[in-house]
Design a protein around this ligand. Structure first.
Ligand code: ATP
Ligand code: MG
Length: 373
C-alpha cells in the first residue's frame, strides 16, 4: 500500500513556521504534484515525508503506517533530486545496482563483504548476483538506457543522467517515489520529453509519486492532482482542470495558468447575474458573491475580440490593440482597455482577420466565464 497521508504537519526553523498545518491524502498509485513559488515549503514537506527532516508536530503515514519515528532508509521512499547526485566514478549499471547490492549484502549478513564490494567497484571487477543483474537490466530498458549501461555518468547528457537517477530510485521498488524539481536542470525541449518519460514509467509501474515543482505547466501536465502551496500553507488541492476552472483565490488563478485579474465593485444583482463596476465598464458575471469588493478573474482564452463597429453585443470592454502576436494556431493580443491591460488568446484559422496594432476593438466576455473571487 503506497498511500501517503499527512495530518497537521508543522515545521518550525529557528522560531519561524515554514510549514503550517499541512494536510495531504495522496492515494496509492497517484501522481501528486506540490506546486508553489520558491520558499513556500515544498522541499521541506517532501523532506519530512522522506524522513530527512523531523516534523515539529503532525503525523505522516506511508501505506497507512505511522512513520514519524522511522528512519529514512526504512520508509521505502525513492528520491530523485534536481542535482542528479550520481557516483561519477561508476558506470550507469553500477550506479543503479549500488543500493540494491548494499541491501543484498546487508540482508544476507555479508557486512564484511561491503568493503570488498567497494574495492571491487573501484577496480571495476564487480560481479553481481543474477537477480540484481536482471533487475538492473529491466529498469535500464524502462528508462531506455540499455546501450549506455557501461558508460561513466559524466559521459551522459543531462536528460540521460536524470534517467539514471530515476532508475536508481525505481530499482529499489519503493512504495513511494519522491521527486524534487527533477527537471529544472534540463533545457526546455528535454524537459518536455522527460515529462512524458516520467509519466509513462509512473503509469506503467503504478507507483505513488510526489513531484515537487514551481513550474505550473509541469505540474498541470503531469499530475493527477496538484496541491498549490504558498507561505507554508496548502491553498487548494484539485485536479489540473479543477484548479484551472475553479481557482479559490486570485493567487491560485494567477499561479495556475494565465489570468486577467481586475478589481471591481458589485453594483447590483439581477436575472441571476452579478453586475460589477470595473473602472468605466460594467461587467456581468454568472457567479453569486456576498461581498461588494471583488476580483474579476478572466482567462485570456475566454475573451473574444470583435470589431469596434459591431453593435449587437454586450458585456465588453472597449480597447486598443497594443501588440498582436501571431503564434500559428492562436493569436495573442495585448489590449489596452481604459486603465486595464487585457491579455486575449484567440484561436486562429486560415483566413481569419488579425487586428493590427492600434486597432479599436471590443473585448467581449460571456458572464459564465467571469469568476468573482
Ligand atoms: N534547514 C533549514 N533551516 C532554516 N530554514 C530553512 C531550512 N530549510 C528550509 N528553510 C526555510 O524554509 C522555507 C521553505 O523552504 P523550502 O526549501 O521548503 O522551499 P521550496 O518551496 O522548496 O523552495 P524552492 O522552490 O526555492 O526550492 C524557506 O523560507 C527556507 O529558507
Ligand atoms: Mg525546493
Amino acid at each position: 500500500m503506497g498511500s501517503v497521508v499527512v495530518k497537521q504537519l508543522t515545521k518550525n526553523f529557528s522560531g519561524v513556521d515554514v510549514l503550517k498545518n499541512i494536510e495531504l491524502d495522496i492515494h496509492e498509485g497517484e501522481f501528486f504534484a506540490l506546486l508553489g513559488p520558491s520558499g513556500c515549503g515544498k522541499t521541506t514537506t517532501m523532506r519530512c515525508i522522506a524522513g530527512f527532516e523531523a516534523p515539529s508536530s503532525g503525523e505522516i503515514r506511508i501505506g497507512e503506517k505511522l512513520v514519524n519515528d522511522i528512519s529514512p532508509h526504512r520508509r521505502n521512499c525513492g528520491m530523485v533530486f534536481q542535482s542528479y547526485a550520481l557516483f561519477p566514478h561508476m558506470n550507469v549499471f553500477d550506479n543503479i545496482a549500488y543500493s540494491l547490492n548494499i541491501k543484498h549484502l546487508r540482508d544476507s549478513n555479508m557486512f564484511k563483504k561491503l568493503g570488498v564490494y567497494i574495492r571491487m567497484l573501484n577496480s571495476k571487477l564487480i560481479k553481481y548476483p543474477k537477480e540484481i543483474e536482471e533487475k538492473v537490466n529491466s529498469i535500464l530498458e524502462y528508462v531506455e538506457l540499455k546501450e549506455h549501461a557501461r558508460k561513466l555518468t559524466g559521459e551522459l547528457s543531462g536528460g540521460q543522467q536524470q534517467r539514471v537517477a530515476l532508475a536508481r530510485a525505481l530499482v529499489m521498488e519503493p512504495q513511494v517515489l519522491l521527486m524534487d524539481e527533477p527537471l529544472s536542470n534540463l533545457d526546455q525541449k528535454l524537459r518536455h520529453s522527460m515529462r512524458n518519460t516520467i509519466r509513462r514509467i509512473q503509469q506503467e509501474l503504478k507507483i505513488t509519486t510526489i513531484f515537487v515543482t514551481h513550474d505550473q505547466e509541469e505540474a498541470m501536465s503531469m499530475a493527477d492532482r496538484v496541491a498549490v502551496m504558498n507561505g507554508g500553507e496548502i491553498l487548494q488541492i484539485g485536479t489540473p482542470t479543477d484548479l484551472y476552472s475553479n481557482p479559490k483565490t486570485p493567487f491560485i488563478a494567477d499561479f495556475v495558468g494565465t489570468s486577467n485579474i481586475l478589481s471591481g465593485k458589485v453594483t447590483k444583482k439581477a436575472n441571476n447575474l452579478t453586475c460589477v463596476q470595473v473602472g468605466d465598464y460594467e461587467i456581468q458575471s454568472a457567479m453569486e458573491v456576498e461581498q461588494e469588493d471583488v476580483q474579476l478573474v478572466i482567462r485570456p482564452e475566454n475573451l473574444i475580440v470583435k470589431d469596434k463597429s459591431e453593435s449587437t453585443i454586450d458585456n465588453y470592454f472597449n480597447g486598443i490593440v497594443e501588440v498582436a502576436t501571431y503564434l500559428g494556431s492562436t493569436v495573442r493580443y495585448d489590449v489596452r482597455a481604459g486603465d486595464h491591460n487585457l491579455l486575449v488568446d484567440t484561436v486562429f484559422e486560415s483566413g481569419d482577420k488579425i487586428f493590427e496594432k492600434d486597432s479599436e476593438i471590443k473585448v467581449v466576455v460571456d458572464p459564465e466565464r467571469v469568476l468573482l473571487l
